[in-house]
Structures are given as C-alpha cells and as structure tokens.
Design a protein around this ligand. Structure first.
Ligand SMILES: NC(=O)C1=CN([C@@H]2O[C@H](COP(=O)(O)OP(=O)(O)OC[C@H]3O[C@@H](n4cnc5c(N)ncnc54)[C@H](OP(=O)(O)O)[C@@H]3O)[C@@H](O)[C@H]2O)C=CC1
Ligand SMILES: Nc1nc(=O)c2c([nH]1)NC[C@@H]1CN(c3ccc(C(=O)N[C@@H](CCC(=O)O)C(=O)O)cc3)C=[N+]21
Length: 283
C-alpha cells in the first residue's frame, strides 16, 4: 500500500481563502483583526516562522505587527510591553515567539498575556477551558492537526491515538483535543520503554519529538494514519520526525514535512485572531 499524502499546505490555502472573505466582511463592520508578534533576538529559524506568520496575515488582509526586541530584553520590560498590548483596543491577538532567552521565565510571560488575546492558547485559563471541553482558543498546532484529520475524513472516535511527545505546546494539548473527540489516547515520551510496542498499536500516530527519522515504516502497523509534527534542519534541509519513504509504504495517510502540519499551525493562528476580534467586538 502507498499512503494518501495529506497536504496541510493545500488545505491551509483553502481555509485562508475563506478567512480572507471573513476579514473583508468584518472590516465592513469596522472590525480590523490585528495580530502582534513579539520576538526576542534573531535566531534564524524563529525569524523564518515569524516572517511566515506575517506574510500569511497580510495575505488575508489582516493587520499584523512584528515587534523585534533585543535578545537581552529584561523580563520586566517584556512584561510591561505585554501589559500595553493587553490594554490596546486595536490589538486582538498577542503571540510571543518561544523559546525565550534564559533571563526570562516563559511561564510568567504566558500568564501575563490576557486570556482573551492569547491566540496561542497557552494561558492556563485557556488550557483549563480546553480540558473541561469549553469554547476557547485551542493551541494552533494541535487544532491544525484536528482540522486536517477531519477534512481528510479520518475517524477519530474510538480510535487509538498514540502521541510521541508530552510538551505543553504540542503533545499534551493534541492528546486533550483528540480525547475530547472520543479517541483513546496514549502519550509516549523520552522515558517510555519499548517505544515500538506502543507505536505499533496506533490507528493514528502523531510524532512530535523533534528527532529526525525517529519513526520508520517498521514502527507502524499496516494502514495507520501518520501525522509528522517534527521540524528538524538536517544539512540545511527541513525534515520531520518520520522517515517519509518507508512510512508511506505502510500507512494509509501521511503528512509530509514541509507542507504538512506547519502551514496548518499558521492558519489556526489566523483563525484564532479573527475569533478574538469577533469576541471583543461582541462585548
Ligand atoms: N509544525 C509545526 O507547526 C510545529 C512543529 N513543532 C516541532 O515539533 C517538535 C516537538 O515540539 P515540542 O513539543 O515543542 O518539543 P519539546 O522538545 O518540548 O518536546 C519533545 C517531546 O518529545 C519527547 N521525546 C524526545 N525524544 C524522544 C524519543 N527519542 N523517544 C520518545 N519521546 C521523545 C520528549 O520527552 P520528555 O518529555 O520525556 O522530554 C518531549 O515530550 C519539534 O520538532 C518542533 O520543532 C513545534 C511546534 C509547531
Ligand atoms: N508562541 C509560539 N507559537 C508557536 O506556534 C510557535 C512558537 N512560539 N515557536 C516555534 C514553533 C514552531 N512553529 C511553526 C510554525 C510554522 C511552521 C511552518 O509553516 N513550516 C513550514 C515550512 C517553513 C519553512 O520553510 O521554514 C512547513 O512545514 O511547510 C513550522 C513551525 C510555531 N511555533
């Protein structure tokens, strides 16, 4: 069997077209969704994601602003800036690019962002809402994965989803969202023993470890759905956590890297920003 390739990039473009129309409609009502992205330092990989977010926002007619701060910015100064953005009525979404330099406590920064502007969905209040099945901003990568699975007509209910990763950004929230959709969820991580025994059990395998080629065709069962979240740079080339060629021969569906999960992450960020603008407007 050779898998159907799920191109997140293509789906992302379709969804962004719909969003562009929504932004036009909103602007007729005087609502101009605006995202502010804050980045500290000039790490090339981070800059490249951030530029991608900027381009995507502009393409759908959304306002977006990039605040480039020095790598040495003190924590207190960053917290002050976040406070100003929280109080700025023209700003609907705030994203502080992670990871942050070592002088800054990441959790403090995440908690400083007003939950109503937390388009990343990382604030404990929004995480709690997601956990209890309430409407909120869902973290962009997990939400993008959910939308991809749904659009590809993949059944989630009752299926065994195995996730490699338990980070607060990806692993944990994707497990929670799929649990909300009635999947049976297993998380694996660096202390998991006999990883292959677990991955072989997966109807849907989500790999978010950040280790190139961690998973190959031998680790999966015939007909599994494979979602590769990993973004690794190997010899200057972007690659995922899954050996695409061998996994493609055994899976029923598989996402590529690039052009898979990444573009969906950015799309859900745009979606959350539009949602934030609509919420504020309704108040
Ligand atoms: N495409 C996209 O839009 C996005 C892609 N990413 C990418 O996804 C990947 C994961 O990101 P993130 O969750 O932030 O990364 P983290 O490094 O925070 O988490 C990695 C997780 O994988 C686990 N892990 C690492 N190595 C192994 C191993 N050999 N076997 C089993 N488990 C392992 C870790 O276990 P433990 O908890 O025990 O340490 C941890 O839970 C990265 O490549 C990142 O670049 C991230 C965000 C968005
Ligand atoms: N506060 C915060 N929120 C994030 O959502 C966040 C973050 N910090 N820090 C870093 C990670 C990583 N991330 C990606 C987004 C898009 C692509 C993406 O679009 N990738 C393209 C390729 C892009 C390229 O060619 O460089 C693709 O896979 O096709 C990848 C990774 C968001 N993150």
């Amino acid at each position: 069997m050779s898998a159907e390739i799920i191109y997140g990039k293509q789906l992302a473009e379709e969804l962004r077209q719909e969003m562009k129309e929504e932004v036009t409609e909103l602007s007729k009502q005087g609502v101009h969704p605006k995202l502010v992205v804050v980045i500290l330092g000039e790490d090339p990989a981070s800059m490249s994601y951030v530029k991608g977010k900027q381009r995507a926002s502009e393409k759908i007619g959304m306002d977006s602003e990039l605040m480039e701060l020095s790598e040495e910015t003190p924590e207190l100064e960053l917290l002050k800036i976040i406070n100003q953005l929280n109080n700025d009525e023209t700003v609907h979404g705030i994203l502080v690019q992670l990871p942050l330099p070592k002088q800054i406590d990441e959790q403090k920064v995440i908690e400083a962002i007003a939950p109503s502007k937390d388009v990343d969905g990382f604030h404990p209040s929004n995480v709690g809402r997601m956990m209890t099945g309430q409407e909120t901003f869902y973290p962009c990568t997990p939400y993008g994965i959910l939308v991809m699975l749904k659009r590809a007509n993949i059944d989630i209910e009752g299926k065994h989803v195995v996730i490699i990763g338990r980070s607060n950004l990806v692993g944990k929230p994707v497990g929670q969202l799929l649990l909300n959709e009635h999947a049976t969820v297993t998380h694996c991580h660096s202390r998991t023993k006999n990883l292959r025994e677990h991955t072989k059990q997966a109807d849907i395998l989500i790999v978010a470890a950040g280790k190139a080629d961690l998973i190959t065709g031998e680790d999966i069962s015939e007909g599994a759905v494979v979602i590769d979240v990993g973004v690794n740079r190997v010899d200057g080339k972007l690659t995922g956590d899954v050996d695409f060629e061998s996994a493609k021969e055994k899976s029923s569906h598989i996402t590529p890297v690039p052009k898979g999960v990444g573009p969906m992450t950015i799309t859900m960020l745009l979606h959350n920003t539009i949602k934030a603008a609509k919420w504020i407007h309704q108040k």
